[in-house]
Design a protein around this ligand. Sequence first.
Ligand code: IMP
Ligand code: MG
Length: 176
Amino acid sequence: MEPDDAIGEILVPADDLARRVRELAAEVSRDYADKDLVLVGVLKGAVFFLSDLMRHLEIPCEVDFMAVASYGSATKSSGVVRILKDLDAVIEGRDVLIVEDIVDSGLTLQYLLRNLAGRNPRSLEVCALLIKPERRKVDLNTRYVGFEIPDCFAIGYGLDHAERYRNLPYVAALKQ
Ligand code: IMP
Ligand code: MG
């Protein structure tokens, strides 16, 4: 990649990501061994994490995607969410694991959890690669968490700023 002034401090190097993803996959494989697991990826950012996670699962599973847009500015979510693409799968009676790249205020995830809970899955949990505890506005149970990061805007490994930087193999802070 070209050197880029907007790429700041590295928050999670690539080898830490790879190691943690394998650990999370081992936990999920253990916890869902006798379940009917459907991974629900939230487009677009979670695609990178999800595909690496799923590659390491040692149990039967399916994958599906949702795309949501939150009304608000580019870096702050309002909690009002619009579904751009809904699931193809019917999740009633199934074990749903939402896979998210990052939980910031938690408002987007709170909306998704309420929406999916209304479809009566047997279980509904969250696996988030990154959380920003300082910015959390709502109380949510994120059962699986990759890393806690400080209050900054993160890019890389799926996370974008204005659609760029998703391809970075590590997570860095955006220099603003
Ligand atoms: P929340 O509703 O405030 O939790 O924000 C959720 C969504 O905002 C995430 O799924 C991301 O798409 C985006 N987001 C929040 N923080 C960051 C960040 O640091 N970098 C890139 N995207 C972010
Ligand atoms: Mg997202």
